[in-house]
Ligand binder design. Structure first.
Ligand code: ADP
Ligand code: ASP
Ligand code: MG
Length: 413
């Protein structure tokens, strides 16, 4: 008998009919003799709707209150799914983050899980019930409700699987696995049968939203095998297994292309070129739990330099507030913002031993007349910031240039 954590994303619980479907899938797993713990997201579009309502009330809504609001979406689906199971004669019990004892830090809207008690989950299992856990939410030490950042139900599921010592964590979503790129952008994207934790970590952190980055961190740290599957497929098979790197994995240089359209770029102009200035700028930004992504400092002249960096667009207003205070302090001249940017990246562990990959990426973008605004590289990825309007085009041409498609790219007429 295996212990399996199944997570169902927003689309999979997007209607009453779909919730009934999920209940049937859960029961099938039980009939196979497995113990099942279920984690669910809010119905698709629900969290977005709540965010919109909050923004109609306040430009920058109070984050504690925002978490109280956002956590309500998952309450609806846990209760409905538990009802659906009970109705079918399967004992089930809905549990909030607080009831499960998912304890996080207090970084509202992007809290990190610190520990999971899970006593109620174990108790429900012992009583033969299916625990239905609300994804995306926890509580901090003060018992205030926190949320784990968008897509956070994946992290609830994998962290819970780790805490329970589950055999497997199945992530059910609206695609049947992890693809070489977003299949909704490149129709010839190919499903990967297996992907290593490291590659998945890069793909997720570079924008492949099929798994939240932190869920992959947990999976890697606690060695939880994760499968990504479609909740709409009737058969079992298929899907993508996210696991340790092994011989069975494809030996390719580039295994995926990702894009991220949710960042903004800030440039601080005329920064005095002297020791300690970067620390003065980035210290307070980090102190506000804002994740700076790329940073570029241009070559200085006349003792001044320009400094550009990218941050999540959702944190733009707060970053600007902080940065404006700092520029006066350090004697920088000005500050400008570019909101319509996208970051496209190529990812692959094979890059470690190959040269010329970045050059090929730059040539491919150049051929399409796409200007590169910023570049960053690591051992297994190359990222370029480009104009937002070229994001999808860039993904498609890079996907073809690195031969990732299911079939050879159609020749141009
Ligand atoms: P859920 O609501 O189930 O959590 P998400 O919308 O968060 O689902 O994630 C699934 C989506 O991720 C897919 O519909 C797809 O558009 C997108 N996606 C982006 N990159 C990839 C990729 N490389 N492989 C599969 N899906 C991807
Ligand atoms: N409902 C949350 C969101 O939309 C969490 C999740 O779906 O994983 O981001
Ligand atoms: Mg998701």
């Amino acid at each position: 008998m295996a212990l399996i954590v199944q997570k169902y994303g927003g689309t999979s619980v997007g209607s009453v009919e779909r919730i009934k479907n999920v209940a049937r899938r859960v029961m099938r797993a039980r009939e196979r003799g497995d113990q099942v713990v279920v984690v669910v997201s809010a119905m698709s579009g629900e969290t977005d709707k709540l965010v919109r309502m909050a923004s109609e009330i306040a430009g920058r809504p109070d984050e504690r209150e925002l978490d109280m609001l956002l956590s309500s979406g998952e309450r609806v689906t846990i209760a409905l799914l538990a009802m659906a199971l009970i109705e079918e004669g399967c004992p089930a019990e809905s549990l909030t983050g607080r009831q499960v004892g998912i304890v996080t830090d207090s970084a509202h809207t992007k809290a990190r899980i610190e520990r999971i008690e899970a006593d109620r989950v174990r108790q429900a299992l012992a009583e033969g019930k299916v625990p239905i856990v609300a994804g995306f939410q926890g509580i901090d030490e003060k018992s205030d409700v926190t949320t784990l950042g968008r897509g956070g139900s994946d992290t609830t599921a994998v962290a819970l699987a780790a805490a329970l010592g589950a055999d497997l964590c199945d992530i059910y979503t609206d695609v049947d696995g992890v693809y070489t790129t977003d299949p909704n952008v490149a129709p010839n994207a190919r499903r990967l049968a297996r992907i290593s934790y490291d590659e998945m970590l890069e793909m997720a952190s570079l924008g492949a939203k099929v798994l939240q980055t932190r869920s992959v961190e947990f999976a890697k740290k606690y060695d939880v095998p994760v499968r990504v599957l479609s909740s709409f497929d009737e058969g079992e098979g298929g899907g993508t297994l996210v696991t340790r790197e092994d011989e069975a994995m494809e030996r390719v240089v580039v295994s995926g292309v990702t894009y991220n359209k949710s960042e903004a770029k800030i440039t601080i102009v005329g920064v005095p070129d002297r020791p300690g200035v970067a620390a003065r700028i980035f210290g307070p930004i980090a102190g506000a739990s804002i994740n700076v992504d790329m940073i570029i400092q241009n070559i200085g002249s006349h003792g001044l330099t320009d400094l550009s960096f990218t941050i999540p667009r959702a944190d733009l207003a707060r970053t600007l507030e902080i940065a404006r205070g700092i520029i006066a302090d350090i004697g920088a001249k000005d500050l400008n913002v570019q909101e319509s940017i996208a970051k496209v990246s190529i990812v692959g562990v094979g890059m470690r031993s190959h040269s010329g990959v970045a050059a090929k990426m730059f040539e491919t973008l150049a051929r399409e007349g796409i200007n590169i605004i910023m570049i960053s590289t690591s051992e297994i990825k190359v990222s370029c910031v480009i104009d937002l309007k070229y994001a999808e085009l860039a993904v498609r041409v890079l996907h073809d240039a690195f031969n990732l498609g299911a079939e050879p790219a159609a020749a141009e007429a």
